[in-house]
Design a protein around this ligand. Structure first.
Ligand code: ASP
Ligand code: MG
Length: 473
């Protein structure tokens, strides 16, 4: 018997039909394996909870009441369609208790008119608590022994509220105490995704989209054989199918490729989710809960090369380029050193950076959402230098997109850069900045946002379409 962790995202539990479909997958799988389940909130629920909490903080009591009503109705309707009789009453009570907690948090915030990341972390995963109660009960109606487990009992994290990191060792200890006995008794624990708790028991979250991480953390902690992430697409694709109609599902990619892909815009799995399973070499599958018959994409340590050295092309559409230039007499190594230290303290993710000494300039390509923070941070850090003209005023170019071409087999393969940029030039587009990591796993480059789709099509056509030349050495 294999030990598997199955995770269902928001769309896979977003409606009565989806919950039933996902529960059937669990029942089938649990007939032959030991299975632990991790669930997200019903699709859209986390956003609605955060909106409600934020309305409470702003004193908008009417809005709070309206949105609480929406949350209640959404869950009530699902429960009414899924359950009958005493079963229904049981689940209604469990979900009602969670809604009551959320109501109480909002009541407190209406008085306090302020909140903290710690309070947000207590409120945000309420959607997962409701969906896990519902899912466990649905399994029971299908003769599978589903059992609700609050992940604060199992998943131990640090105290970086809003974006906590797991303590795998401590989690392993708790997982063996709480989950292993259930699994041994033939039960299927249904664990709330997205949340954990500090060693002091304070609730934390793993960041938006963190349920993928919940599954891989618990997979690693339990020493699972595999982790299956169920979503609403067939797996990892060679490109966004809305842009490239001939994009194909990849049967397998490596852990490193998965990290790069998700970091640079592919939405199938959260980039932080890969690490726990990568460290333990536990395969992760991306599967489609809407089409369970499709195999999906396997994420493993090694994948033999098959076809093009380029595996996929992804894009981050909202990015900007910040350029810092110094006068010749400045010690730019020191200036850049201070800058990166500050960026690290602020936990800013740089998409890529370029530096050329002759111009004493540094280009940072960032997500648009981080841009204003970073510009302010740079202006503050180098206030004196800017005043004295040692550092020039910070320049910002917005509306750019970062295209990323990746594949482990690109390492050592000749001619990729040549073909890549010829394809971009043939599409009549120009490149603003470019970086190829020394690991040669990816090539990232910035183009005007308005030309991103054309560039992605051109690059996908060159390397990944059916007619792509296979002239790689
Ligand atoms: N429900 C949470 C969110 O939307 C966690 C998740 O779905 O992964 O961020
Ligand atoms: Mg999600």
């Amino acid at each position: 018997m294999s030990l598997l962790v199955l995770k269902f995202g928001g769309t896979s539990v977003g409606s009565v039909e989806r919950i039933r479909g996902s529960a059937e997958i669990v029942c089938k799988t649990a007939a032959k394996n030991r299975v632990a389940v991790v669930v997200s909130a019903l699709s859209g629920v986390t956003d609605l909870i955060l909106k409600t909490v934020s309305a409470a903080r702003q004193g908008e009591d009417k809005q709070v009441a309206e949105q609480m009503q929406l949350l209640q109705e959404r869950h009530k309707k699902v429960i009414a369609e899924l359950f009958k009789g005493p079963e229904r009453k049981g689940v209604e009570d469990q979900v009602g208790a969670v809604l009551k907690q959320l109501h109480d948090v909002c009541a407190a915030l209406l008085l306090l008119r302020s909140t903290t990341p710690q309070i947000m972390d207590a409120a945000a995963p309420m959607g997962e608590k409701m969906s896990a109660h519902i899912f466990a009960a649905v399994l029971r109606t299908m003769n599978t022994a589903g059992e609700f487990v609050d992940s604060t009992r199992v998943l131990v994290t640090d105290d970086k509220f809003g974006d906590a990191s797991p303590d795998i060792e401590a989690t392993a200890k708790k997982a063996h105490e709480v989950l292993t006995p259930l699994l041994k008794a033939g039960k299927v624990p249904v664990i709330t995704g997205f949340m954990g708790a500090t060693t002091k028991g304070q609730p934390t979250t793993l960041g938006r989209g963190g349920s993928d991480s919940s599954a891989t953390i618990l997979g690693a902690a339990l020493g699972a054989d595999e982790v299956w992430i169920y979503t609403d697409v067939d797996g990892v694709l060679t490109a966004d199918p809305r842009v490239c109609s001939d994009a194909k599902t990849l049967p397998a990619i490596t852990f490193s490729e998965a990290i790069e892909l998700s970091y640079y815009g592919a939405k199938v799995i959260h980039h932080k989710a890969i690490h726990p399973t990568m460290d333990k070499g536990i395969p992760v599958w991306i599967k489609n809960s809407f089409r369970p018959e499709v195999a999906g994409t396997e994420i493993v340590a090694k994948v033999p090369r098959n076809g093009s050295a380029v595996k996929a092309v992804t894009v981050v559409k909202q990015a900007s380029l910040i350029t810092l230039t110094t006068k010749r007499e400045a010690s730019f190594a020191e200036i850049f050193g201070r800058l990166f230290l500050r960026l690290g303290h602020e936990h800013v993710d740089v998409l890529f950076s370029t530096q050329s000494s002759s111009e004493n300039s540094l280009g940072l390509v960032l997500r648009e959402a981080d841009t204003d923070t970073v510009v302010k941070l740079m202006e503050r850090t180098f206030r004196v230098e800017i005043q004295h003209g040692v550092v020039n005023p910070i320049q910002v170019q917005r509306d750019i997109a970062v295209v990323c071409v990746l594949g482990e087999s690109m390492r050592g393969t000749r001619g990729i850069l040549g073909r890549l940029f010829s394809a971009v030039a043939n599409a009549n587009q120009s490149v603003i900045a470019v970086a190829q990591g020394a690991s040669e796993l990816n090539i990232c480059f910035a183009v005007n946002a308005s030309s991103a789709d054309d560039v992605v099509k051109a690059v996908h056509g060159e390397f990944l379409s059916q007619h792509a030349a296979r002239a790689e050495a």
